[in-house]
Design a protein around this ligand. Structure first.
Ligand code: ING
Length: 316
């Protein structure tokens, strides 16, 4: 039996600082309805999809900072998403800022959840690779304070059986690091989904900014190809509170080919029929991990954090 499904990326345009959760959820349910009408079984929403990308601001007041976080999921604002998943039999992934209490300690994470076609949460991931800084940087029009507002994710890289396959999640900056992709693929994930907020106005790195779209798509194509997985990457994009965020939401095949790509910097749903068995043709040949990988040679990847020349490095 073939495992072909229509899946969707529900890209979101800018979210204003004052925009309500209800307004964001309404935009998302409109797009979920559009996806369902196309026969889609799964929709990927952006990272931090319920609010403006607040790590661009230095927020001193802890009460104000807490306003950007969800303390429960689902909640009264997001309930319509879960209800629509159930009525339309369509799963989704959603990124949001999570405030939780674990072992008596309040914790803050950049989180994404997987919700199945019955409207039940069946997977959760907390962002591991947090870009930016803990302290505000001088001479920057926009800050990037994810290391200040979020803790490093503590759930590892989990894979969830869903939709007749195994789905893993990454979040934004994670896509630039091969390790997360590989850990998911080593758990036999066949589909990786992620949301992102990627500015291309880092002020001071003009050359990097000019390549922001290229680096995003390069990361998705290489991650998909080198791990034989389908991937869905969904942007929050456009001119958001004076910051320019890239679009180019893409659905990418295990071959590394982009099979669907957004064209706007607004709310836009893109779709693709994915053949989940396509992953196997790579997994059983060029990327047969069991046959070709050499973990005994990879010790440095887990033992060393930063790059260091070996003491006996000799320039030849
Ligand atoms: N945003 C960006 C991302 O990784 C970034 C941060 C932009 C890092 C450009 C490097 C270059 O797409 C988030 N939220 O991770």
């Amino acid at each position: 039996m073939t495992r072909k499904y229509i899946v969707s990326s529900a890209q979101m345009g800018p979210i204003a600082r004052a925009e309500t959760r209800q307004s964001c959820v309404r935009r998302m349910t409109d797009m979920m309805q559009e996806a369902a009408a196309r026969g889609s079984r799964f929709v990927v929403f952006p990272e931090l999809a319920l609010t403006s990308f607040f790590p661009r601001w230095m927020i001193d007041d802890p009460d104000e900072l807490d306003m950007w976080f969800e303390t429960s999921m689902p909640n009264i604002d997001t309930a319509p998403l879960f209800e629509m998943a159930k009525t339309h039999h369509i799963g989704f992934s959603l990124g949001y800022a999570e405030k939780t209490v674990e072992n008596g300690k309040t914790r803050y994470f950049n989180t994404a959840i997987l919700v199945n076609q019955n409207g039940e949460i069946c997977g959760k991931y907390r962002k591991v690779h947090l870009p930016g800084y803990h302290e505000p940087q001088p001479n920057r029009h926009h800050q990037h304070l994810e290391k200040r507002y979020f803790e490093q994710g503590n759930l590892g890289f989990p894979v969830t059986p869903m939709l007749d396959t195994r789905i893993g999640m990454l979040i934004c900056n994670d896509r630039r690091w091969p390790e997360g992709w590989r850990v998911l693929a080593l758990q036999a994930a066949e589909l990786v989904c992620l949301g992102y907020n990627t500015p291309d106005d880092h002020s001071g790195f003009a050359d990097v900014d000019a390549l922001a779209d290229f680096h995003h798509i390069l990361s998705m194509q290489s991650g998909s190809y080198q791990n034989s997985v389908w991937s869905i990457a969904t942007a929050k994009c456009g001119a958001e509170e004076g910051s320019s965020l890239i679009g180019n939401s893409v659905i990418t095949a295990p071959s590394g080919q982009v099979v669907a790509q957004s064209n706007t910097l607004e709310d836009e749903v893109i779709h693709a029929e994915i053949d989940l068995d396509m992953a196997q043709q790579y997994r059983q040949t060029f990327f047969d991990f069991a046959r070709h990988r050499a973990p005994e040679c990879y010790r440095l990847i887990t033992e060393r954090k930063g790059a260091e020349p070996e003491p006996d490095d000799t320039l030849c």
